[in-house]
Design a binder for this molecule. Structure first.
Ligand SMILES: *Cc1c(COP(=O)(O)O)cnc(C)c1O
Length: 402
């Protein structure tokens, strides 16, 4: 028995792999971009269509609790991220939730002008901040720096950071960064897109003000799954979101002539929620809640550590922190031929992805990956590099989605 086989046999999470539908012949190292299908999801969606929508029609909103689904799944996500009970809701996309939370945070710091963020943050986060700053009479500016904690001053209204960097996998210390921002009088918005389902989170204990994140990465909610947002209980009384849609009204079915916000995060809902997508997301969230997060973290570090060591031994240059406590559940390497190498790997069933300009990215989701998968992926890297398979012109052509 190989070392990897022994580790797989004694892995306390090994039974989770069977709860996913994974295609034959694929080692999936891209669950940080789009998680695979939980085995239960197809039947769950079919049941909502046939037995709920198909039978109840409009009555489904009450008979099947659709009207509360965004809140119900939000509460479960709140448990995954350690949020104040009742402080998390599912809505829209991460980009839109950044807009809503950033705007709400700015309204709480009217005299301050700066939205502070970090070089290398995910583009949509920065684009949304830029759009807010440019909008009519906002009077705000975006400042993007290498060391955001050092740049905190009395002009900073909001510090907006992604907890685990999408490219390098580097992870911030949420508690200490948040404390530094609060010390300077600023609020903090954390993007947890690459953290939820991958690393232990305790946004309430770490004193985060706002948090947002994706449903389709490590929580396996499906392509374009709705996102979430979460707000600390201490801000609920003064919380005002900028998109004032009817389902964020305190009493939507009163059909009042003017807007009155629902209290807390309920006011972040804009329009009618996507029930089929929410049903799929709930399956992924329930599955994640079954997995003890400390075991997930332990295995994640073992898998990423194993892959990092093997790749570095082969001369690949890691851009992921070597210190395990400073990284999420992904590793990345910078390589001038990174794009073509990744295409050659994908053609051989090792699915990672590429991020411009030269980054090969590999995500390790502990619920369905085995230690043997790490070793098999490394063996395929060896094949590609030894034969210089990446030189094939077919692998040089850029695709629309990398
Ligand atoms: C994946 C990701 C997003 C995606 O936002 P969408 O609106 O769902 O497209 C946003 N921010 C970060 C940090 C991400 O990793």
């Amino acid at each position: 028995m190989t070392d990897a086989q022994a580790l797989d046999r004694s892995d306390p999470l090994r039974s989770f792999r069977d709860r996913f539908l994974l295609p034959e012949g694929v080692i999936y190292l891209d669950g940080n971009s789009l998680g695979p299908v939980p085995r239960e999801t197809p039947d769950r969606i079919a049941a909502v269509v046939r037995e709920e929508w198909g039978v109840s029609l409009i009555r489904g909103w009450t008979e099947h609790g659709w009207i509360d689904l965004a809140r119900r799944v939000g509460d479960k996500i709140g448990r995954l991220i350690g949020a104040d009970p009742g402080g998390t809701i599912v809505a829209d996309s991460t980009s839109i939730n950044i807009f809503k939370c950033l705007s709400a945070a700015l309204a709480m710091r009217p005299a301050r002008t700066v939205i502070l963020s970090e070089t290398g943050n995910f583009p949509t986060d920065l684009y949304i901040a830029e759009g807010i700053a440019r909008s009519y009479r906002s009077g705000r500016v975006v400042r993007i720096v290498d060391d955001p904690v050092a740049a905190l001053d009395r002009n900073v209204a909001v510090l907006m950071l992604t907890h685990v960097n999408y490219r390098t996998g580097a992870m911030h210390d949420m508690a200490s960064v948040t404390a530094a921002a609060h010390e300077a009088g600023a609020l903090v918005l954390w993007d947890l897109s690459h953290s939820i389902g991958a690393v232990p989170l305790s946004v309430a204990a770490d004193d985060a003000d706002f948090a947002v994140g994706c449903g389709y990465k490590y929580v396996n909610g499906g392509p374009g799954a709705p996102a979430f947002l979460s707000v600390s209980e201490r801000h609920w009384p003064e919380l005002r979101f900028p998109l004032t849609g009817w389902l964020g009204h305190a009493d939507p079915f009163a059909f009042d002539a003017s807007y009155r916000p629902a209290s807390g995060v309920a006011g972040a809902v804009v329009g009618t929620p996507p029930i089929l997508s929410l049903a799929a997301l709930e399956v992924g969230v329930d599955l994640m809640l079954d997995a003890p997060m400390l075991l997930v973290r332990e295995k994640s570090l073992a898998l990423t550590g194993r892959f990092l060591a093997a790749m570095q031994a082969r001369g690949f240059r890691s851009i992921t922190p070597a210190d395990p406590s400073r990284r999420g559940s992904q590793v990345a390497f910078s390589h001038p031929e990174g794009y073509a190498i990744m295409q050659a790997l994908i053609a051989r069933g090792v699915i990672g992805d590429f991020r411009a300009p030269d980054v090969m990215r590999f995500g390790f989701a502990p619920l369905y990956l085995r230690y043997q998968d790490v070793d098999d992926a490394v063996a395929i890297v060896d094949d590609v590099m030894r034969a210089e398979a990446w030189r094939d012109p077919a692998y040089q052509q850029k695709r629309a989605v990398t």
